[in-house]
Design a protein around this ligand. Structure first.
Ligand code: DOR
Ligand code: ZN
Length: 416
């Protein structure tokens, strides 16, 4: 029997490139075989088809900061970078820490999202946690204050042992404010000294010592030591493109200001080597601020770097340069993050959503912040090599083709 749609393309299977047919019916992958018949057929043999990317750490900024981003622009930016699923963080205004705010944000996102999404709820109030649990893709715990987010008053031990945490992912921003110094923050080097590596490792120790029924996921780790702690504890962890590629000595000014901070080159290089193993989740921590906000006085500049659109393109460029395996990039950007949240995404296998991105691996370009689709329109990766997708499909429909968003606002919430 013919499938609704058959796409012939190159895919990665167990580390090797092969040309194969992907059968698609009702928005799902229904077969992956050497030959298939389709009512419609797309011939993309010159392109690598990867599963749509899954970015489990983004700040879409809505409601409250729509001068920086909103669900429409943030998810459009994701799509142009080959990412078809984003998870949104709760440090908005109002904060997503109660059921009413959650419901409001869910309506906004459902109306505007160009890719599929899930919303994090912030761990703060135990009664609200109970109400949000069925709707939330996971919970976020901030151990330290950071841009527009406050650490919570209730001790994490109490929140993390609630019965509503059973089986839920809790993404933890691990920095211990007790370790911060109060020097004046005048440049990236000082920022790194103030929010130092010990602050991160102490926080990681504290969290991993708690006996919780939740799945602890450590956000944006910046040191190999913290990664080892996570691995010993069998906890998942995220690495960001900026922490494996950028360091505090670079001439980025406040555009490189982020929490946790960019570290020194030898630390960055060790983290890069962790990434090369392919056993990490790459998440962008897409945290856009306006160029104006990022151009003022260093100390007053908010922390955060946009990155949802450059995450996979940068990683694929590294693969083309031979610095990491293509299969590892696919695993870290698609499959591992999807698996953590039990999503039927991130793989080109029967039963999974037909979310696909097509890449011409020969077409390496230099990143130009002006051409990105986030409201930020700047990037600390200006001039870096990147491979952007030429087409992107969400549940069987092409949403990006010919450099344009051709189908908009079809993103769905993943917890219904
Ligand atoms: O640099 C950061 N910016 N780190 C965070 O944890 C929050 C983020 C933001 O929302 O701007
Ligand atoms: Zn974040």
């Amino acid at each position: 029997m013919a499938h609704e749609l058959v796409i012939k393309a190159r895919i990665l299977q167990a580390g090797a490139f092969r040309t194969i047919c992907i059968g698609i019916d009702n928005g799902r992958i229904s077969a992956v075989q050497a030959e298939l018949k389709g009512e419609k057929e797309f011939h993309f043999e010159n392109y690598l088809a990867m599963p749509g990317g899954v970015d489990i750490h983004t700040h879409m900024r809505e409601p409250g900061f729509t001068n920086k981003e909103d669900f429409y622009t943030g998810t459009m930016s994701a799509a142009f970078g080959g990412t078809t699923t984003i998870l949104d963080m709760p440090n908005t205004i109002p904060a997503t820490d109660n059921a009413i705010a959650f419901q409001e944000k869910l309506e906004l996102a459902s109306e505007k999202a160009n890719v599929d999404f899930g919303l994090f709820a912030q761990l703060a109030d135990i009664d609200e946690i109970a109400k949000m649990a069925p709707m939330a893709i996971g919970f976020k715990l901030f151990m330290a204050d950071t841009t527009s987010a406050s650490s919570v008053d209730s001790p994490p031990e109490i929140l993390l042992t609630s019965r509503h945490m059973v089986g839920k992912v809790v993404t933890v921003h691990a920095e211990d404010p007790g370790q911060f110094s109060n020097d004046e923050c005048t440049d990236l080097h000082r920022h790194n000294l103030i929010r130092n590596m010990k602050a991160e490792s102490e926080a990681v120790k504290t969290i991993l010592a708690i006996d919780t029924p939740a799945k602890i996921n450590l956000a944006h780790l910046t040191t190999r030591e913290c990664v080892y702690m996570a691995q010993r504890n069998k906890s998942s962890f995220e690495l960001t493109p900026h922490h494996i590629l950028l360091d505090e000595s670079m001439d980025l000014g406040a555009q490189g200001k982020v929490n946790p901070p960019l570290r020194k080159r030898p630390v960055v290089d060790k983290l890069f080597n962790v990434m090369k193993t392919g056993r990490a989740i790459i998440a962008s921590d897409h945290a856009p601020h306006t160029l104006e906000e990022k151009s003022g006085d260093f100390a007053a500049t908010p922390s955060g770097i946009p990155g949802v659109e450059t995450r996979i393109p940068l990683m694929l460029a590294l693969a083309e340069k031979g610095l990491v395996k293509h299969q590892a990039v696919q695993d870290m950007c698609c499959q591992l993050p999807a698996d953590l949240f039990d999503l039927k995404k991130g793989r080109i296998e029967p039963g999974y959503d037909a979310d696909l991105a097509f890449y011409d691996l020969q077409n390496m370009v230099k990143i130009d912040g002006q051409k990105l689709h986030s409201k930020a329109r700047w990037t600390p990766f200006e001039g870096f090599g990147a491979i952007f997708p030429v087409g992107v499909m969400l549940r069987g429909n092409m949403i990006i083709r010919g450099g344009k968003l051709v189908m908009e606002k079809t993103g769905r919430n993943l917890t219904v």
